[in-house]
Design a protein around this ligand. Structure first.
Ligand SMILES: Nc1nc2c(c(=O)[nH]1)N[C@H]1C(S)=C(S)[C@@H](COP(=O)(O)O)O[C@H]1N2
Ligand SMILES: [Mo]
Length: 252
């Protein structure tokens, strides 16, 4: 869905929230409703609940709930000389690019990312393999970068490019615009108040709090706005999706 389409859908849903839904309440108690009218109302109500549900915040926790150590999973290191050199130096020359279907492409240093408005959130990471960990993440919201880059209306998805290669393939992931503009979708540079350790995705990793762990791309190098996945990897929108193991939408 494009941002513009999303906006008009949201406006429609806001309108539904005031008018149509009170009508549903009244109608439901009358016990005279039948057939097509019920079906149409059900469709709107389902759309309303689904989208409102996807925009809800993931639970946030207290500092004392943080896991004593945050497990690393998948790639734990990046076997690349430029990455090794930057890691040793504290990533002075690391740049995050924002590209693709944007009017104003960006290339940002860590200092520039840290100078943007920041969000800190203590959330639970749930891996599809059956473990969880609670950590405190800090970084700018993805929406801030997308607004500065001016995403074009043709863009339907945001792709996250990574520095690591796993089983011979470059890791990547993607989300739709609902998750891209979700307030808890941040580009984290810190875990529990310190720079992100290498095993957890230094220097930058995504937090996509309403989805499972494999969507949270580590070792982030670029953010790309695209219309479709046809030209990317095997066309399924992510590393695990291409291999065929996991679904593209991993909502929790
Ligand atoms: N670039 C990259 N991102 C990745 C992975 C990976 O192997 N490479 N693994 C994913 C999986 S399956 C999980 S559960 C989380 C693990 O994050 P952690 O290492 O901080 O626990 O990162 C996700 N993001
Ligand atoms: Mo995972």
């Amino acid at each position: 869905m494009t941002r513009i389409a999303r906006r008009s859908l949201l406006a429609g849903i806001a309108a539904l929230g005031t008018g149509a839904c009170s009508k549903i309440d009244g109608f439901a108690t009358s016990e005279t409703g039948s057939g097509l009218f019920d079906l149409a109302e059900d469709w709107h109500l389902t759309a309303h609940r689904t989208l409102a549900g996807r925009q809800a915040l993931a639970p946030e926790y207290a500092p004392e709930d943080r896991s004593p150590s945050f497990k690393g999973n998948g790639s734990l290191t990046v076997d690349n000389p430029i990455y090794r050199d930057q890691l040793a130096k504290g990533f002075p020359d690391w740049r995050l690019s924002v590209k693709g279907l944007v009017e104003n492409p960006l290339r940002l240093s860590l200092d520039e990312l840290k100078a943007l408005p920041q969000r800190t959130q203590i959330t639970r990471h749930d891996c599809v393999e059956g473990w969880s960990a609670i950590g405190e993440w800090t970084g700018p919201q993805l929406s801030t970068l997308l607004d500065r880059a001016k995403v074009r209306p043709e863009a339907n998805f945001i792709v996250f490019r990574c520095a690591d290669v796993l089983y011979g393939r470059r890791y990547y992931e993607s989300v739709d615009m609902v998750d891209a503009y979700h307030p808890q979708t941040i580009i984290a540079h810190s875990l529990n108040g310190a720079p992100i350790p290498e095993k957890n995705g230094a220097p930058l990793r995504m937090r996509i709090e309403r989805q499972l762990g494999y969507k949270h791309a580590k070792y982030l190098t670029a953010i790309e706005a695209v219309a479709s996945f046809d030209e990317i990897g095997a066309g399924k929108g992510g590393f695990w999706e291409d291999i065929g193991n996991y679904q593209w939408y991993a909502g929790i």
